[in-house]
Write a protein that binds this ligand. Structure first.
Ligand code: PRP
Length: 200
């Protein structure tokens, strides 16, 4: 069996349900014999670490994570699952003042810094670990840079998207040496993922 790192959370749950698994226990390692894989259930930002260091042969992760942290792995497949976008959002009544340093709360500090640097906008990045919407509501930050899928979380918190930074989607990443030595198992896994994500 090859080892696959799967991201805990929305994308991982979606992938598992496409694999036909709807109930996951608190176990962090479990086998999917139909796919000939053993799954490591890890935090999304840790997926590239497990794959690059070879503890997992391959992994599935959002492209936001790959943009945010450097990792030396092969990216072999972009998936239809996990499609969403990274956007700048602000309270409904926000109006930008270019003379002020913009306070930006985010779980994606590199993507946010690169984006505002490309605009030549001075910002203070406030790194957070989640629920960044709260930062914009409470005034901790002027705006947030966050993932938007349905837009429901923004609407529920009276926030609006003011700019899209980029589209993102799920990716299959593979450890470089595993791709040399376990090529046929990995190719079989990727073919199966491909069949599921792009049903004929
Ligand atoms: C993500 C993201 C937004 C929300 C967007 O959070 O950070 O908060 O989903 O989805 P929507 O547009 O469909 O409402 P997640 O639920 O992963 O939790 P987090 O805030 O802890 O990152």
């Amino acid at each position: 069996m090859i080892k696959i790192a799967l991201p805990k959370g929305r994308l991982g749950q979606k992938i598992l349900s496409l694999f036909g698994v709807n109930n996951i226990s608190r176990k962090l390692i479990f086998n999917l014999p139909d796919f000939n894989i053993s799954c490591l259930w890890v935090k999304p930002f840790d997926v590239p670490v497990y794959v690059e260091l070879g503890t997992a042969d391959a992994g599935i992760v959002g492209s936001d994570v790959l943009m945010e942290r450097d990792c030396d792995v092969y990216e072999l497949l972009s998936m239809n699952a996990g499609k969403c976008r990274i956007s700048v959002a602000a309270p409904d009544n926000f109006s930008d003042d270019a003379d002020n340093v913009l306070k930006v709360a985010t779980e994606l500090p590199k993507i946010a810094s690169d984006y505002f640097a490309s605009l030549g906008r001075m910002v203070d990045i406030i790194p957070l670990r989640g629920s960044t919407e709260l930062a914009a509501i409470t005034g901790l930050a002027h705006v947030i840079v966050d993932i938007v899928e349905t837009g429901e979380t923004l609407r529920a918190n009276n926030l609006r998207e003011i700019a899209k930074i980029t589209d993102i989607s799920g990716k299959v990443i593979v450890n470089k040496s595993a791709y040399k030595f376990k090529r046929s198992e990995i190719d079989t896994f990727i073919r199966k993922v491909h069949e599921i994500i792009y049903p004929l």
